[in-house]
Design a protein around this ligand. Structure first.
Ligand code: PMP
Length: 412
């Protein structure tokens, strides 16, 4: 008898009956599944949102870290405060002042990236079945947190000026009509991930008015706010409303994500709850990373560095939108972001971005299908393209490959 090739069976999980119900909402994000293929050198990855940290002054960072070890090693390598290093919290208030926020360092909680801040806020506010209103589309990492805490995500539409006030009103009304509780609005006002759009100044006032009238808290997630290409940072929502807004910031895009330092600025009583949640999650955020960032901010022209990042990302944005205009089939639509990392592209009717992805990878280009950014299966005809990491030449080559794949799809 001929021997059969051994086929690997999907492994059964012997623990399946023991997991908590909340693990049902914990699934690998579409982005994670993509990382393995997208990181192959022959693939142009327009998928991941990795900041391009090659522009950082590594000698300055090395000097700051070396001094930290030799001069303050005993503190830097010790446990620290659950709320974060006081000196860094003070510096964080200076960073936020660039967006009009006046805050006291006592109301800042340092977190392990702003990702952990999303987690802590959700842990503190949400019971299973509570509703979080999110833009459509929204940040995949936040949707993952909301799912893990068994929240229901209700999306509200955006347009070129960001979240549409009428859509927010409608979402609030329909959730309330269904008898469910809205815990907060999660919004990314600047250079949205994944949509690339920015909430206009007029809309900011309107969104705040709606949330005041409807008594809704706002979770303002703002990792990209200082990365605008053409203008000064817009005023944060938190700058005009201190009691209703929990503001999240991060050093991941303006310095480096490997330190894993972000923060939440919250009303005083909420801040106390966040610190308790932080202590139970990690005891304290990493002391070493916080002190390294604090030393970097103190010793270096960090605002000049952010300016350099902005120029680098602007050049890459230009490379992407120029290539799209030159090469993509006419029926595709996309926006031209004025900051951040992302372009949102919508394919011609009938073309499914998720179904097309394997063919794109074969053509050596990767993107994230739009469905990753919706809790409800929408977004099939769209995709997120990141311009932050590849060089301008690689971006153009990636778009050329993508255009070829879309054209082939249209001929099918
Ligand atoms: N929020 C948004 C909108 C993001 O795009 C990201 C990173 N991609 C995060 C939060 C998390 O960033 P970090 O944890 O590195 O601060």
């Amino acid at each position: 008898m001929e021997s059969q090739p051994v086929r690997s069976q999907p492994r059964l999980d012997p623990y399946v009956d023991r997991y908590a119900a909340r693990t049902a909402g914990m699934t690998a994000s579409e982005i994670r599944a993509l990382f393995a293929v997208a990181s192959r050198p022959e693939v142009v990855s327009l998928a991941g949102g990795m900041p391009n940290i090659s522009g950082l002054p590594l000698d300055v960072v090395a000097g700051a870290i070396g001094d930290l070890v030799t001069q303050h090693g005993a503190t830097a390598m010790q446990y620290g405060s659950g709320q974060g290093v006081p000196e860094l919290r003070e510096q964080i208030t200076e960073v936020m002042r660039l967006e009009g926020i006046e805050a006291h360092p006592d109301d800042v909680v340092v977190t392990v990236g702003s990702q952990q801040a999303v987690d802590l806020v959700t842990r503190v506010f949400c019971d299973p079945g509570d509703v979080v209103i999110c833009e459509a589309p929204s940040y995949v990492g936040a949707l993952g947190v909301f799912k893990a805490y068994q929240c229901d995500v209700v999306h509200a539409e955006m347009d070129a000026d960001g979240l549409v006030p009428a859509a927010l009103r409608q979402a609030i009304a329909s959730v309330r009509a269904s008898g469910r509780t809205i815990k907060f609005l999660y919004t990314i006002p600047n250079f949205h991930n994944p949509a690339g759009v920015t909430l206009s100044a007029e809309r900011r006032a309107e969104i705040l008015d709606i949330c005041r009238a409807e008594d809704i808290l706002i979770l303002e997630d703002n990792p990209y706010g200082l990365l605008g290409f053409d203008r000064e940072p817009l005023r944060a929502l938190r700058a005009d409303e201190a009691e209703r807004v929990i503001y999240l910031g991060s050093f991941s895009k303006t310095f480096a994500p490997g330190f894993r330092v972000g923060w939440a600025l919250a009303p005083h009583t909420v801040r106390e709850k966040l610190v308790l949640a932080q202590e139970s999650a990690t005891l304290c955020p990493p002391q070493f990373s916080q002190m390294a960032i604090s030393a970097y901010l103190a010793a270096h022209d960090w605002q000049g560095q952010i300016k350099q990042f902005r120029e680098m990302y602007r050049e890459r944005r230009d490379a992407m939108v120029d290539a799209l205009a030159d090469l993509m089939p006419a029926a595709c639509r996309w926006n031209v972001p004025d900051g951040g990392f992302y372009v949102w592209l919508t394919l011609p009717p009938g073309v499914d971005a998720k179904a097309m992805l394997p063919r794109a990878v074969t053509a050596r280009v990767a993107y994230v299908p739009g469905t990753a950014f919706f809790a409800d299966g929408f977004g099939a005809s769209s995709m997120r393209l990141s311009f932050c990491y590849p060089t301008p030449e690689r971006i153009r080559e990636g778009v050329r490959r993508l255009a070829g794949v879309v054209e082939a799809e249209l001929e099918l």
